[in-house]
Design a protein around this ligand. Structure first.
Ligand SMILES: Cc1cc2nc3c(=O)[nH]c(=O)nc-3n(C[C@H](O)[C@H](O)[C@H](O)COP(=O)(O)O)c2cc1C
Length: 206
């Protein structure tokens, strides 16, 4: 168990993974369960994970990721998928809250109505939301892995069309990021330097 500050300060991007380390479906599912706590706009949950953990599938994904060795070596590489137009799923996703008495019909209708008003007909905004949500999930996944004593490596170095074909993504789905997860092999870099904090925060004027 790792506390949140240790996780934030301790996580680094791994490039070298122990290729002998395998993860069971139960272990992978536990990471997915933790990732599933990620917040999303309107709770639209417009993302999902494809876990690539078999030798043949890893080899195909590696080819689609410009042969980055970590895709072949890591116990699992997750394809973090974002869904365009995910707000249209809200009636189904929010219904359990109505049925469970957490919200009443007026709140339910207002929730759906506000989401439709915000996203309907706005293709770029829907795509932005898919990438936003999947990116949030990707970060949760990396911290979940860290908490389990594993390392992770995020990747945008891949051919989106090839990854979409490999994972049989629907037309409204985008492969947002790959996240390799496993045990480290020697040779990983320490945390890279960051900008001074004064460069990343400013304060509002009165
Ligand atoms: C969205 C995203 C995409 C990345 N893509 C790649 C990649 O394709 N290949 C790679 O080796 N590292 C990739 N990285 C890792 C970054 O280079 C790394 O996070 C950064 O240098 C900071 O290192 P640190 O996480 O160890 O602090 C990516 C990281 C992020 C967040």
């Amino acid at each position: 168990m790792t506390d949140v500050f240790s996780a934030i300060n301790g996580r680094t991007s791994a490039n070298n993974f122990d290729a002998t380390h395998l993860m069971s479906q139960a272990e992978i599912t536990e990471l997915a369960q933790l990732t599933n706590q990620t917040p999303t706009s309107f709770n639209q949950q417009n993302w999902r994970l494809v876990a690539v953990n078999t030798p043949a599938a890893k080899a195909r994904l590696k080819a689609a990721a410009y042969n980055q060795p970590k895709v072949g070596d890591a116990a699992v590489t997750f394809v973090v998928v974002g869904k365009i137009g995910g707000h249209k799923d809200l009636p189904t996703l929010i219904k359990p809250m109505l049925d469970g008495g957490y919200i009443d019909q007026a709140a339910f209708d207002g929730w759906i109505g506000m989401a439709n008003g915000m996203y309907d007909g706005k293709d770029q905004f829907q795509r932005d939301e898919a990438i936003r949500s999947a990116s949030m999930a990707a970060m949760t996944l990396m911290y979940a892995a860290h908490g389990k004593g594993l390392v992770s490596g995020a990747m945008i170095g891949f051919d989106p069309a090839a990854v979409s074909a490999e994972c049989k993504l629907a037309a409204d789905e985008i492969p947002v990021m790959l996240i390799a997860v496993g045990r480290p092999a020697p040779g990983n870099w320490p945390r890279k330097v960051r900008r001074a904090v004064a460069d990343v925060v400013s304060f509002s004027a009165d």
